[in-house]
Design a protein around this ligand. Structure first.
Ligand code: DO4
Ligand code: MG
Length: 298
């Protein structure tokens, strides 16, 4: 079972439903938003999904999947949670390398704000690359869906798009390297927590295709995560509130090495075993005004 946010092709109204390989997509009656679901404790959510009344089934190919986030649910992200990421930051930021070494082993993890829902790019949407950046990569990450009580209720795939050139210049430029139009991909849906046996044993794969050729590919596993998932959530929730729940991306385990940089038209596919595959294309360097607005402020 997967929790989906979607639109029928003949309607602008976002819906919330369940998707199963065999049965297609069915609307969850009476559920108006995902954010509303994250207001229930985990046990209640599970009962609600198991016993919820469902609308007619529609094949997946007949709906448009939307980014699985709405309301005031924010996306946050953890950084330097895999050795691969620590090494990549040290390499890209000669003058400030020690901050990354320190944070990898520090008790408090690096957590940063990533996106509000309307900026999030859903399945098949266009990711952005800043016009003032020269080295850019996608970051394939397991993302946790956390309810307002701090319980992990599901998993999804996040692409934490990053400008390595801007971040590498100075770590204080992190928000500019990480938060801009088209910088956060999310989807294709949410897999409930009770359906994933071991979140520390998930294969993460990423491919980047350019003009019909494979430009880069890599794979890793959440087994290499240097922190516990509940530890990351506990730091995110302490001293703060998330009434509509929160999505917490858990950091990248794959970084295409320099001089690799994304090009306009690249296709990025990120697959996480048991969770799903998120596929997007890249628009490089276009000013927001030159791009069609695909976000959703409902
Ligand atoms: O420290 C900067 C960001 C790191 C990051 O996004 C990651 O490790 O995934
Ligand atoms: Mg990241």
């Amino acid at each position: 079972m997967n929790i989906v946010r979607y639109r029928m092709r003949d309607s602008a109204e976002p819906r919330v439903g369940l998707y199963d390989d065999d049965d297609g997509v069915a609307e969850l009656a009476g559920v108006r938003s995902l954010a509303g679901l994250w207001a229930s404790p985990l046990a209640e959510l599970r009962e609600r999904l198991a016993g919820g009344s469902l609308g007619d089934r529609v094949p997946l190919g007949e709906v448009d999947l939307l980014a699985p986030i709405d309301g005031t649910t924010e996306v946050w992200a953890a950084g330097v949670t895999y050795e691969t990421s620590r090494e990549a930051r040290v390499e890209e930021s000669e003058r400030a390398a020690t901050v990354y070494e320190l944070v990898y082993d520090a008790e408090r993890p690096e957590l940063f704000f990533k996106s509000v829902p309307w900026r999030v790019v859903g399945p098949d949407g266009s990711l952005g690359v800043r016009a003032d950046s020269v080295v850019d990569v996608p970051e394939p990450e397991l993302a946790l869906v956390v309810n307002r009580f701090g319980e992990i209720v599901g998993y999804t795939v996040c692409n934490d798009m990053s400008s390595r050139s801007i971040e590498g210049e100075n770590p204080l430029y992190l928000p500019q390297a990480k938060i801009y139009f088209g910088a956060c991909g999310l989807g294709p849906w949410i897999r409930p927590v009770w359906e994933i046996e071991d979140p520390y044993d998930l294969k993460i794969e990423m491919t980047i295709d350019r003009e019909g050729r494979r430009e880069w590919s890599g794979e890793a596993s959440t087994a290499r995560l240097h922190r516990r998932l509940d530890e990351l959530v506990s730091y995110l929730m302490r001293g703060d509130v998330h009434p509509d729940g929160v999505i917490l991306s858990t950091g990248t385990c794959l970084v295409p090495p320099a001089p690799f940089t994304l090009a306009d038209g690249d296709t990025v596919e990120i697959g996480i075993g048991g969770v799903g595959v998120l596929r997007n294309t890249v628009v490089r360097g276009a000013a927001p005004g030159e791009r069609s607005f695909e976000g959703d402020r409902s």
